[in-house]
Design a protein around this ligand. Structure first.
Ligand code: ZN
Length: 159
């Protein structure tokens, strides 16, 4: 049996007039992530962690933000594709641990829905998906609500 670990991080700027997608869930807010895709910073961090664990580069290489195919792309589709690449290498997901860094809105009411959405997308148990959230105590670009950050770690297993 062998294991692989991966980590990912993603940043997006927040802007008015954009939908706020986090963890595959549309969250009512007056700002959203500015991006070529739907800007789901959490799913992008998880994608990078999955790709990193099998040394397949990063999300930007697989889904370039210059490719019109990914304009307003649903990041759940990107996540599914990243996990397909992992499965093609013979690995299964053991668990994901992730953290969202943002000042507003409060994320806790949406965490269970995000866990279920990610679990459903990857065909795994929601018990294996951890999503934490923290503000930065009003410090930095995150505290000023100019942007959001997400980090994720994944563990993969091959039998
Ligand atoms: Zn991103």
């Amino acid at each position: 049996m062998s294991f692989r670990i991966g980590q990912g991080i993603d940043f997006h700027q927040l802007g008015a007039g954009r939908e706020l997608w986090l963890g595959g869930v549309l969250i009512p807010h007056h700002k959203g992530c500015i991006a070529h895709s739907d800007g789901d910073v959490l799913l992008h961090a998880i994608c990078d962690a999955l790709l990193g664990a099998v040394a397949l580069g990063d999300i930007g290489q697989h889904f370039p933000d210059t490719d019109p195919a990914y304009l307003n792309a649903d990041s759940k589709m990107l996540l599914r594709r990243c996990y397909t690449l992992v499965r093609e290498k013979g690995y299964w997901l053991v668990n994901i641990d992730s953290t969202l860094l943002l000042q507003a809105p409060k994320i806790r009411p949406y965490v269970e829905q995000m866990q279920n959405t990610i679990a459903h997308t990857l065909h795994v148990s929601s018990d294996d998906i951890s999503i934490k959230a923290t503000t930065t105590e009003s410090l930095s670009f995150i505290g000023r609500e100019e942007g959001v950050v997400a980090t994720a770690s994944v563990l993969l297993q091959k039998y």
